[in-house]
Design a protein around this ligand. Structure first.
Ligand SMILES: [Zn+2]
Ligand SMILES: [Zn+2]
Length: 134
């Protein structure tokens, strides 16, 4: 088992990752693509530098989820693991896949135009609309 502060992986254990440093940001995303990708009401994503992220076991499979981004998931169990925009030096890791998700504090709401009426969480955080629609 790794002792890295930031580590995580998928449900079946085939894919494991670590990243170092302090992530710059974490937030909720309410966009409809994140709903589909996670099967949930919203995604919660934490943004370490791509250069700080590495696989320690297995490797996710990725697909183009929009003209400007890929999403990655475990090829064995399907756990969503990250979203990455083209040419972005940050990677957006799913907080639910972290070993210690309680270490992350979401700071913003993105994609609020698609926020579900009953998704009442972090209501004091600043909202932002997406630039990309699904
Ligand atoms: Zn898996
Ligand atoms: Zn989203």
């Amino acid at each position: 088992m790794s002792e890295a502060r930031w580590s995580g992986g998928c449900l079946c254990g085939s894919c494991r990752y670590e990243f170092s440093g302090d992530p710059l940001h974490a937030g909720y995303c309410h966009c409809n693509m994140c709903k589909r990708a996670t099967g949930g009401a919203f995604a919660i994503l934490v943004q370490p530098p791509l250069a700080a992220f590495k696989w320690t076991k297995g490797k996710a499979r990725s697909f183009s989820s929009s003209p400007i981004a890929i999403r990655a998931f475990c090829p064995d169990c399907g756990t969503p693991l990250f979203l990455q925009y083209d040419d972005d030096e940050l990677i957006r890791v799913t907080v639910g896949s972290l070993d210690h998700p309680n270490q992350v504090v979401p700071r913003t709401h993105y994609g609020v135009e698609s926020r579900l009426d009953w998704a009442e969480i972090g209501s004091d955080l600043p909202p932002e609309e997406t630039r990309e629609r699904f």
